[in-house]
Design a protein around this ligand. Sequence first.
Ligand code: TRP
Length: 430
Amino acid sequence: MPHRVLTGITTTGTLHLGNYVGAIRPAIEASRAPGVESFFFMADFHALIKCDEPDRIARSSRAIAATWLAAGLDAERVTFYRQSDIPEIPELTWLLTCVTAKGQMNRAHAYKAAVDAATAAGEEPDANVTMGLFSYPVLMAADILMFNAHQVPVGKDQVQHIEMTRDIAQRFNHLFGQGQELFTLPEAVTDAEMELLPGLDGRKMSKSYDNVIPLFEGGTQALKDAVARIVTDSRLPGEPKDPEGQALVTIYDAFASVQQRAAFREALRAGLGWGEAKQQLVALIDGQIGPMRQRYADLMAHPEQLEAILQAGAAKARAIAVPFLQQLRAAVGLRPYTATATTATAKAEKAALPVFKQYREADGKFYFKLLSAGGELLLQSRGFEQGRDAGQWVARLKREGYGALTADAPVQREAPDATISAALAAFQED
Ligand code: TRP
């Protein structure tokens, strides 16, 4: 089973250089690694929690989608979608809401911050709290569990949400899994770099500090203007400078090779003026961002292209979400009446069971595969010289179920482990 990595960006603004260095660039790099299956999405349902300006949400979603693609995301290779195109996510949110302890949500940082702010202002504790804000972590859990992500790259402020996701998943598995892991327990990945890019004033680059360098908006000129505002010490050109701890140098590092980093430091120690250093920084960043900015402008000028890419992404995501949600609905008891095992329905039920298919390929070898009730590929065998060997493996998987799927089993997993184990369990029941 490939390793699944998933992350989302809330669509309430445009992205700055810190978002690019801390989130987008590493995510795209990681998505190119073999054996990794990446899921990236615009968290526009989450945006509704923080923002009641419809145009802003629409604009932001479009700009963030264009940013991912301009920065080099391969939408063919990864699954790239808008959260709001996947109706299974709010449906899963409800299933999860029903097993989530309210007490645990009371302890969520974002909710507590809102309560503290209201209390400090002399208002009712819940004065500014919507149910959306309160339930925010459950929606996020649904994002992650819907695709059984193993790893979730996030900023430190989001780690608590991943822990909550694990708790919710565990509880759901325990209540409804009948011994099977319906949900994979995800892990938060916080890259040190993620937090590190300083803003103009040396504090973390963040919209709320008004210290950001824009990524694409405003072109090279806006980049120049922002870099000109980076705070440095007041040493003059010709005076030796200490590069360590300078925001300018840390930002330079984020775009530079090891050699460039060393040379830049050396030049500052030898007296390079801050003005000149800033010009070098602009040239360095623009060398990398400039071509992307052009692609960004093209994509923003062609919303129909963006829309088509996201529709394709939604179809890909739903190919996973729809059958999985079907399984989860059945697990909690939301089942067609015909699913009760009686003689009258046995045939219908049989049709809805997963199947093993055995066949021979042009290479002369014998193969088998396991298909879900919906026809989705779950397991694919390697080729066997003897048809008998393929048949024995099928029998063994039917008999022993998921336990027979050891690391050296001659099959490739093509679906989440939870889906495969549930499908195999169906053979032991009859
Ligand atoms: N809450 C995240 C943030 O504000 C965005 C987000 C929504 C997310 N759903 C997610 C991140 C799922 C990772 C996984 O940064």
